[in-house]
Write a protein that binds this ligand. Structure first.
Ligand code: TXE
Length: 489
């Protein structure tokens, strides 16, 4: 069965191209899928435009849109095992992590379904003139291009698809060319749930081939993108000539700050999870550990001892705690960052190479790596390596911790560990990041906004603001007693 979904029909790529999808854990062939290009993207935009301009989706009552999204959540729960397996085969991540993701994905659809059904934020405005009936209503933006990456393929798709549909938009989705399967599955569920033809369209293919046309086409009103900073800059520029609305989530280089009074065992435990979860391929990863000077030696010794024990393995290895990187090219990028860090004076405490285990030889594995004695100017500290690489810096005072933490052009997340709640709150309020965790790392809920300050992005996903991204506010002013004013006489 062909895998592009355009105007309610499954179709092959116009040029007949296909791509092999291989599991990053062992290189096995998962499937061969259709690979679209500019012509397919143009056809998908045409379908989405038509479905927006002629309806019925944008004009469907918000409560009915909400009910459909809740039905999608039910279907995702019904098919959870198949989706989790597909996600793990494409990404190489542990099955248990994909299962957690699937729960979050269903919750995301349920949340935006409820938000849509709750009636939204339309409001009456008191103009001071009793003859005027003034209202602000919220309408869909129009046709949205949704471009998503490979690390949390369906989760990041859900964060866009659910609010886009809740608000009444139509869309073209372009998932990462490396991880297309759960996006294909989602299209099936949207159709099964009763979404009208053309409201949801799927194009598979590369960024330059299938993605770029979605950012320049004048029939597209909005681009929502999650991915790397360089691609985000490119997309922002590509969308400028037609002044599209944009929403960008471009990752981070997130500080995890540990004060000397932190609860030792828990802080070590979370510092490992913060950076090594999913082999560090997480936009919110706590990849920069900032430790207070007097705790540094004991903390890093214990961290390194535990990092050496992290077992690597494929999706179905129940003993594994971390998996492979997404591709050979990505592993080479991570290796280059570590090499640069060592050249610049970082001290290798563990990892720094591929594992010896021959059983892992066909996958893109890299050992959990800790680099000590790092400084802010190093490229491995500054840039997102997006691998299992933790850099360690020391600080003495609260001010120094905040200055180091904010010494980055990113601003997505940050963590602070201390038993002093006043200190924790002060630091949390001074961090320039969209999410701050106190004595925790990584949790999020669909009710709370997610997104970045500075070059981590533009706009917010999740929460009420995540719905507002996909809406336009319109002011409707009705004069209930119009009379000639004769202002020109
Ligand atoms: O991402 P890209 P890549 C970071 C991470 C990683 C780096 C590069 O640091 O090492 O990005 O990863 C599509 N027009 N993150 O190269 O290029 C592409 O096909 C339109 C952080 O894999 O950003 C895919 O669907 N679309 C991040 C999506 O963009 C284009 C998650 C993401 O790919 C395009 C992943 C173009 N010109 C990587 N070029 C996070 N924020 O969580 C590419 N694409």
């Amino acid at each position: 069965m062909p895998e592009l979904f355009i105007g309610g029909r499954w179709t092959a790529a116009v040029d007949g191209h296909v791509r092999e999808i291989r599991c990053p854990a062992d290189g096995t062939l998962v499937a061969t899928v259709d690979e679209g290009g500019p012509k397919d993207s143009a056809a998908a935009v045409a379908a989405a435009r038509d479905a927006f301009d002629r309806g019925p989706w944008p004009g469907t009552p918000a409560a009915d849109r909400g009910r459909l999204l809740i039905r999608v959540a039910d279907l995702l729960e019904r098919d959870k095992d198949a989706f989790a397996r597909a996600e793990s085969l494409d990404t190489g991540k542990r099955l248990v992590e994909s299962e957690y993701d699937l729960d979050d994905i269903a919750n995301c659809f349920r949340y935006f379904g409820s938000l849509a059904a709750s009636g939204g934020t339309d409001r009456a405005v008191d103009t001071g003139d009793p003859a005027v009936d003034s209202r602000v209503v919220h309408e869909p933006v129009g046709v949205c291009s949704l471009i998503t990456p490979w690390n949390y393929p369906l989760l990041q798709t859900a964060w866009k698809v659910a609010p886009a549909l809740a608000a009444g938009n139509t869309f073209v989705l372009k998932p990462s060319e490396l991880t297309p399967h759960t996006a294909i599955g989602l299209m099936r569920l949207l159709a099964e749930a009763g979404l009208p033809d053309g409201a949801a369209n799927l194009v598979l293919g590369t960024g330059p081939g299938a993605g770029a046309p979605l950012t320049t086409d004048e029939r597209v009103d909005m681009v929502s993108f999650t991915g790397g900073l360089a691609t985000g800059r490119h997309i922002m520029a590509a969308a400028a000539p037609t002044v599209k609305k944009i929403a960008l989530e471009l990752g981070g280089k997130n500080p995890n700050i540990v004060f000397a009074d932190a609860e030792f065992d828990t802080a070590v435990d979370y510092a490992l999870m913060a950076v090594f979860l999913h082999a560090g391929q997480v936009c919110s990863a706590g990849a920069r550990l900032l430790v207070q000077e007097k705790l540094h030696d004991a903390f890093v010794d214990e961290l390194v001892a535990r990092a050496r024990r992290i077992r690597l393995g494929g999706p179905f290895d129940e003993q594994a705690r971390s998996g492979p990187l997404i591709s050979a090219a990505h592993r080479e990028k991570v290796e280059a960052y570590v090499a640069a860090g060592l050249d610049e004076g970082a001290v290798l405490r563990c990892g720094g190479r591929r594992p010896d285990d021959p059983a892992l030889g066909d996958g893109f594995y890299y050992l959990p790596t800790v680099l000590d004695d790092c400084t802010p100017g190093m490229s491995v500290v500054r840039d997102e390596s997006f691998g299992p690489v933790l850099t360690v810096e020391r600080f003495r005072s609260e001010d120094e911790a905040v200055a180091l933490a904010n010494d980055t052009f990113y601003g997505l997340t940050g963590g602070v560990w201390t038993q002093d709640s006043g200190l924790a709150q002060r630091v949390a309020s001074r961090l320039r990041a969209g999410t701050v965790w106190i004595n925790d790392f990584h949790p999020y809920v669909p009710q709370a906004e997610w997104g970045g300050m500075k070059q981590s992005g533009v706009g917010r996903e999740l929460g009420p603001a995540g719905l507002a991204e996909y809406q336009e506010a319109k002011h409707i002013w009705r004069n209930t007693a119009p009379r000639p004013q004769r202002w020109f006489e």
